[in-house]
Design a protein around this ligand. Sequence first.
Ligand code: NI
Ligand code: MN
Length: 228
Amino acid sequence: MQLKFYGHSCFEVSIGGKKILFDPFITYNELAKDIDINSLSPDYIFLSHGHTDHIADCVAIAGRTGCKVVANFEIHEWLNKQGIANTHPMNTGGKWHFDFGTVKAVVAQHSSSLPDGTYGGNPMGFLFMTEEGNFYYSGDTALTMDMQLIPRWVKLDFSVMPIGDNFTMDVADAVLAADFVQCATVVGVHYNTFGYIKIKEEEAIGIFSQAGKKLWLPKIGETIELSS
Ligand code: NI
Ligand code: MN
């Protein structure tokens, strides 16, 4: 399965010919200034929560492409008010069979409000279960015991997790999270974008390596192949 990184927590995965974009925050990310959102043509956008650094470009991309946006119920309602009609509401604990596979919404330990102050519901992570492989995008989250439920539902090929500390897990907690979800291949996100979340990349890769795990830190615009 291929994953293309667009900076911060934004990435795109292709499954069954469908392009699935997560947490678009590109235009306002100084580090992603070489990416033009008009070059993106996703079939789906999945939003983990309502914070600006996860949805800033959602209305522009969904408005232009007509792609389906999947988010919690409150964000779905807010998007409808912004003129984005092709949405699918979910909430934690539920799953849905999409045309590329099944997605289960899981607990994330964080907060969620929308850019205009509207209540943003609860943050979520997502489990993707598809014929091409299975993965977990945790969204912004603390390390939480709920992650230990995940191996009961799915055997993961890789996980995408925040590692930047301050707002989310740090590298050490992400290693523990990888243990909880029983997945040794992690794509690190949510680091270096702002002053609060600067990390030392080589050190982070080393910490994962010492724990017998692989940490991928793709460059912005880079596509990596994650085997399943
Ligand atoms: Ni957040
Ligand atoms: Mn965030």
